[in-house]
Design a protein around this ligand. Structure first.
Ligand code: CAO
Length: 243
């Protein structure tokens, strides 16, 4: 790849040179590796989370009494864990030998956490076996550790799939980079009220933008369409999380 030429920016105005942190350098190398090795495709969908949000608000204070600050995120983790179990191509990695695909029987979900020191991805192990409260507690604990630089190496290893939620920050959608050797990543943007046609009239509904990037070597468009449709159905009617 032709290198980007060096530029003396100080020729054009005042500048400040700051050293990259260790985490920034790891991110730089990992992102370049993933971007260059993986043929990416991103699919978009909006999940109607009106009912999920009403339920979350109903139980928020009750959760707080048990020390849980309930955001939409643990519901997303739960729904992804169920979808990963149902769609095994997403809970897989291409083997480095180029001859095999490895299907995982466990469901570990990485969580992109924005910290002052850079991007960290702690991992929730066996997410399919945990309740929404447990997922909420554990994600808050891991995000806190990431921000305090207290994560142990084993707390950042073994993810099958990653969720990158920018919902608390904003935006309509983005195209996340797959974190190899995982084969897919879910980007989540900020939920917003949108008019939806119910057959008779437009209704205000709370819509959550979902952006699913995947490795097209391991996953086809049809697989991704089915995964995202299933995930959407789980989030749009959270009773399905029980099935
Ligand atoms: N839509 C609307 N509101 C949302 C939302 C969404 N999708 N997701 C969260 N919110 C709300 C929460 O409910 C909370 O509001 P209340 O306090 O009123 O309930 C508020 O936004 C803040 O949430 P949060 O960000 O503190 O908590 P979280 O559980 O949603 O996320 C974490 C935790 C660790 C994922 C998040 O703090 C973070 O670091 N996000 C950035 C990830 C990132 O950098 N991704 C890019 C990686 S690639 O460069």
């Amino acid at each position: 790849i032709p290198a980007i030429p060096a530029v003396d920016f100080s020729k054009f105005g005042e500048v400040e040179m700051v050293k990259l942190s260790k985490i920034d350098k790891l991110t730089r190398d990992n992102m370049s590796r993933c971007w260059l090795n993986i043929p990416h495709v991103t699919q978009f969908d909006d999940a109607d989370i009106t009912a999920l949000e009403a339920f979350r608000k109903e139980v928020k204070d009750e959760a707080l009494k048990s020390g849980v600050k309930l955001t939409p995120l643990p519901f997303l983790i739960k729904a992804c864990a169920i979808a990963l179990k149902r769609h095994q191509k997403f809970n897989a990695s291409l083997h480095a030998d180029g001859e095999h695909i490895v299907y995982k029987k466990y469901v570990n979900i990485g969580l992109a956490v924005d910290t002052p020191n850079g991007l960290m991805v702690p991992v929730i192990k066996d997410a399919d076996q945990k309740s929404v409260y447990e997922l909420s507690q554990e994600s808050a604990e891991l995000a806190g550790k990431a921000k305090d630089r207290k994560l142990k190496p084993n707390e950042m290893q073994g993810a099958c799939f990653t969720i990158s939620s920018l919902g608390g920050i904003g935006g309509k959608g983005f195209t996340p980079i797959v974190n190899a050797p995982e084969v897919a990543i879910l980007g989540v943007s900020k939920a917003d009220i949108q008019p939806r046609w119910n057959g008779k009239e437009f209704e205000p509904r709370l819509m959550l933008p979902l952006c699913l990037s995947y490795d097209h070597r391991a996953i086809n468009g049809g697989d991704a369409g089915r995964f995202l449709t299933d995930l959407n159905a789980l989030l749009s009617d959270i009773r399905r999380l029980l099935l």
